[in-house]
Design a binder for this molecule. Structure first.
Ligand code: URA
Length: 208
């Protein structure tokens, strides 16, 4: 028997933009957020996401760093420079994709996000995915990869095993592709990983 799918209503661009704006408004005043006090004490912004609400490709990083928290824009520091080069290498602009993170506020001293932080912020990411309805989700680094692998009960594996693979992902809005990639920051001092990330990124050309 065919499995019945709960296809969510396709939204117009204006509806998508409004829904994304509501997420931003919610997070701005989310006093219960685990990193809210740290954010406000440092006059940081929550970093919601950037790019097109109609993007086919959605990239999900880890958490904002200092530059991102100061500007409210994802990937605008050193990792962002690498990401821009990678996008450039396959002739994609930031305006054509949507870039976000699993954790929306900067963790102190850029430490790894804590499980409770991921638990708190992930539902906002889930909403963003439902709004944008991308045909490809690209995770950058192990935190966003592990979140999707666990949530959708996919085969488990390390980023070393899964990077560059195209995994099918059954979403409420249809079957999409999931491509786990290394985080751009991991390549800063590792030339071999940099070459791997450039090679893996080329996989995305087929989805443009
Ligand atoms: N690293 C991330 O994972 N996200 C950013 O926005 C910046 C650096």
């Amino acid at each position: 028997m065919m499995k019945k799918k709960n296809h969510s209503k396709i939204k117009t661009k204006a509806e998508k933009d409004l829904a994304l704006k509501k997420i931003k408004e919610q997070l701005l005043v989310a006093t219960e957020a685990p990193l809210f006090a740290y954010r406000t004490a440092n006059q940081y912004w929550p970093v919601i996401g950037d790019g097109s609400s109609e993007a086919k490709i959605m990239l999900i990083g880890e958490a904002p760093g200092k530059n991102e928290a100061l500007t409210g824009r994802p990937f605008c520091g050193s990792s962002g420079k690498i990401l821009d080069k990678l996008l450039n290498s396959i002739a994609l602009s930031r305006a054509e994709v949507y870039i976000t993170n699993i954790v929306k506020d900067r963790p102190p001293t850029n430490r790894d996000p804590l499980p409770e932080e991921i638990n708190y912020y992930a539902p906002f990411l889930d909403q963003q995915i439902e709004i944008i309805q991308p045909s490809v989700i690209v995770t950058l680094g192990r935190f966003s990869m592990d979140y999707l692998l666990t949530k959708y009960k996919l085969a488990t594996g390390t980023i070393g095993q899964l990077h560059g693979q195209v995994l099918p992902l059954e979403m409420s809005f249809g079957l999409i592709n999931f491509v786990p990639l290394y985080h751009p920051a991991a390549t800063i001092y590792n030339q071999a990983l940099k070459a791997t990330l450039i090679k893996d990124f080329a996989v995305l050309k087929t989805f443009k």
